[in-house]
Design a protein around this ligand. Structure first.
Ligand SMILES: N[C@@H](CCC(=O)N[C@@H](CS)C(=O)NCC(=O)O)C(=O)O
Length: 325
């Protein structure tokens, strides 16, 4: 684990000293966007992901749901992220098809030779301009949702205008207390910081559980990006966050609505193939020797996201609004 400083790679763990043991996530720095237009050509872009990463997972899911698979190629890095950061090839990783780079940080310095900051996935790369377009999954999800509709003819809208206020409000607490909350608990280096994150996390999971007892999706009757953003944390929770990140008040399996909801999303066409529990478990348990020095990966728990759920029979087309423009 490390970062770039003035374009030089340094192997360094997160610094939590200045924040009393609290993990503070840095903002992503490449934030360009692809706007919808008749000329927007998805095949100009390449997506670099880790199958272990919940943020990269959002982008992969939108790529599936928006039928961009044949247009936007994906490269999967090795799940094992150690002194060189994310690596191509190696243990279960794919080779970099564009530049034959060994490490992801080489793409960051190709884009900006004096880059300072963390080297994270996902990365959306512009093959034509040979530039890193964006490394913030929240932005990439929104681009995939709209920018290439003309090209694909897929008009499903996971961020529809009439639900944006509700989606933003849900995203806010789900990000703070759940998506990033598990990291705040897991990377805390003081008891107080851990306790604070732990309490907020389980309060937020109860809130989600209660909401989902009343309605099918987080913002009501329609499936939106808010659901997919929660999904990527839920699907990793029992396998990794309960043990490795010490988020062990309850498992997702212990929340009836959340666990059925998780299965209902997992069973939508194309979603199961974006979930790789082996990459997920091996990444976390091996890549954080500060938390798990033996790097032994637990074998359990037994999980079956394909089991029946009680959230009704519906298709994507019935629960996703269409773009109006
Ligand atoms: N805000 C970013 C966060 C991405 C992120 O932190 N990804 C993790 C993997 S799960 C990563 O690459 N971490 C490497 C590091 O922090 O050095 C996004 O949502 O795209």
């Amino acid at each position: 684990m490390g970062l770039l400083v003035d374009g030089q790679w340094q192997d360094r763990w997160y610094d939590t000293k200045k924040s009393s043991g609290r993990f503070q996530r840095q903002d992503a720095s490449f934030r360009n966007s692809v706007e919808p237009s008749k000329q927007a050509d998805a095949s100009r872009y390449h997506l670099y992901v880790s199958l272990a990463c919940p943020w990269a997972h959002r982008a992969l899911i939108l790529r599936q749901l928006k039928e961009l698979q044949s247009l936007i190629d994906v490269t999967v890095v090795s799940p094992i992220m150690l002194e060189h950061g994310w690596e191509f090839g190696g243990d279960e990783g794919e080779l970099d098809p564009l530049y034959a780079a060994d490490y992801l940080h080489q793409l960051y310095t190709k884009a900006k030779s004096d880059y300072t900051g963390r080297v994270t996935v996902p990365v959306l790369w512009d093959k034509q301009a040979q530039q890193l377009v964006n490394n913030e999954s929240a932005d990439i999800v929104r681009m995939f949702n709209r920018a290439f509709n003309q090209q694909t003819g897929n008009r499903l809208d996971f961020y529809p205008a009439k639900l944006q206020t509700a989606i933003d409000a849900v995203n806010d607490w789900v990000y703070r207390d759940i998506n990033n909350g598990v990291y705040k608990a897991g990377f805390a280096t003081s008891q107080d910081a851990y306790q604070e994150a732990f309490d907020a996390l389980f309060a937020a999971l109860s809130r989600a559980e209660h909401l989902l007892q009343e309605q099918r999706f987080l913002t009501g009757d329609y499936l939106t990006e808010a659901d997919w953003r929660l999904f990527t944390t839920l699907v990793r929770f029992d396998a990794v966050y309960v043990g490795h990140f010490k988020c062990n008040h309850r498992r997702i399996a212990d929340y009836p609505a959340l666990s059925n909801y998780l299965r209902s999303l997992y069973q939508l066409p194309g979603i199961a193939e974006t979930v790789d529990l082996s990459h997920i478990k091996r990444h976390y348990y091996i890549s954080h020797p500060m938390i798990n020095p033996t790097q032994v990966v637990p074998i359990g728990p037994e999980l079956d996201f394909s089991a029946r759920h009680n959230r009704g029979d519906w298709t994507l087309q019935q629960v996703v609004l269409e773009h109006e423009d």
